[in-house]
Write a protein that binds this ligand. Structure first.
Ligand SMILES: Nc1nc2c(ncn2[C@@H]2O[C@H](COP(=O)(O)OP(=O)(O)OP(=O)(O)O)[C@@H](O)[C@H]2O)c(=O)[nH]1
Ligand SMILES: [Mg+2]
Length: 405
């Protein structure tokens, strides 16, 4: 976990006037007492660094700084040290409980340096209005989060805002499959050549998997569903992993032995593009759906639906079977994602292969803000089939199955 060199970690600088609660916010975000907190203004004198894995961004280093409204000789040295932190900051957090010239200046500095900024309007437990939030919004701040470090309020939202504000190039590049296998592992990719696969080519995701397996020194057997049984019979040993489309997951499971690892391309996408834990948790909401509930099926691409379309036919059928009745199902496609999500009991998103990770994360965040569970196609299908545990087994980040590369 700590192997990533500091230079490759996203540097998150925490700034603000003395006593605003910078160190308290850091401690709350990392869930540890890494920085000394006290009511004495000027407690933090030297920058305090903390390296960690911050989901879903990846490896980061937080830098807690000295408040820079200090006065006097010692104050100037601190200001100098804090300014040096600004120079290496790639994402800034401004902690404030009172809007002053200092906040305006910091916004201007970050803007000039093109450093994204998240504002923690802190000590909300002591404030009885939202004037700090208002002033931050008026100053053009994009991410303004109300927090109380002492009551642990708004800390999850602050973490989410950090992920949304992180420039795409700093987001951790999660492999699709490479860290689920070891060199010389044999993986079967059950690859559909259906009507939706581009003519003469394979879907990007399958190509991506093949390349990662080759780079990893593993090997891939690529078959269509119709040849899988024969391929299995001809192999001299069981494969280390099988990946197939969600729609045939149950068929594949019935063809293989119970200890063979198997998952779906869509579940790999939940890790690759989404917030895996959130999407897995979201599938549980299927169990509490009731007849007549509103469900949103969101597709990232605007393909022309053909035949037994997964989003329009197969998933609705599975859900309606689960609730033993009819549901109100809306389907959206492309960038057309509803702003008002409140009426939905569940959102089921496609794998989002045409989106970058940030776009998918921002949709997950919108669902979170609206308190609507969100899952993806593959996770939902495996759940409805009663096979989610099996499908997740190969991808759960335990020390035995996710290997560092
Ligand atoms: N009520 C309340 N108190 C807070 C909150 N956050 C921090 N504090 C208190 O504010 C005081 C200053 O907190 P610190 O975290 O040390 O502030 P800082 O910004 O790191 O201060 P310096 O290091 O001196 O610049 C401490 O007494 C904290 O307990 C909050 O959200 N609510
Ligand atoms: Mg401090």
């Amino acid at each position: 976990m700590y192997k990533t060199p500091k230079g490759l970690r996203l540097h998150i600088g925490i700034f603000g006037r003395r006593n605003a609660g910078k160190s308290s916010i850091l401690n709350a975000m990392v869930n540890q007492q890494v920085s000394i907190v006290s009511e004495v203004a000027g407690t933090t004198t030297d920058p305090v660094e903390k390296v960690m894995e911050l989901k879903p961004i990846g490896p980061v280093v937080f830098i807690d700084t000295a408040g820079i409204d200090d006065q006097g000789e010692l104050g100037l040295k601190r200001i100098d040290k804090t300014n040096k932190v600004i120079d290496r900051t790639e994402l800034a957090v401004l902690v404030t409980d009172n809007w002053t010239d200092y906040e305006k200046k910091l916004i201007a500095v970050m803007k000039e340096k093109s450093v994204p900024l998240v504002i923690a309007a802190n000590k909300c437990d002591l404030r009885n209005d939202t004037s700090v939030e208002q002033a931050a919004n008026d100053a053009g701040a994009q991410y303004v989060i109300t927090t109380s470090a002492v009551n642990n309020e708004g800390i999850d939202s602050l973490r989410n805002a950090l992920a949304l504000a992180t420039p795409e190039q700093f987001m951790e590049n999660i492999p699709v499959i490479a860290n689920l296998v070891k060199p010389e592992d044999m993986v079967i990719l059950v690859t559909p050549i259906d009507i939706e696969a581009p003519k003469g080519r394979l879907k990007m995701l399958q190509v991506h998997c093949m390349r990662e397996l080759l780079d990893r020194g593993a090997y891939a057997v690529i078959v269509k569903e119709t040849e899988l049984e024969e391929a299995l019979a001809n192999l001299s040993r069981n494969p280390d992993l099988i990946v197939c489309d969600s729609q045939i997951f149950d068929k594949v499971v019935h063809l293989i032995e119970p200890d063979v690892k198997v998952t779906t391309f869509s579940i790999l996408m939940a890790r690759f593009k989404g917030d895996f834990d959130e999407l897995v948790k979201g599938a549980e909401a299927i169990d509490s759906l009731q007849q007549g509930d509103n469900v949103l099926i969101a597709e990232a691409c605007t393909h022309h639906p053909i035949g037994e379309d997964i989003g329009r036919v197969q998933i609705p059928n599975l859900l309606e079977k689960a609730v033993a009745g009819k549901l109100q199902i809306d389907v959206t496609a492309g960038r057309d994602f509803p702003t008002d999500l409140d009426k939905y009991k569940l959102i089921i998103h496609c794998g989002a292969c045409v989106f970058n990770r940030k776009e998918m994360l921002s949709r997950i965040d919108k669902a979170r803000q609206a308190n609507v569970p969100i899952t993806n196609y593959g996770v939902a299908i495996a759940h409805c089939l009663g096979m989610l545990k099996r499908a997740l087994e190969p991808v759960r980040p335990t020390t035995t199955n996710v290997v560092s590369i």
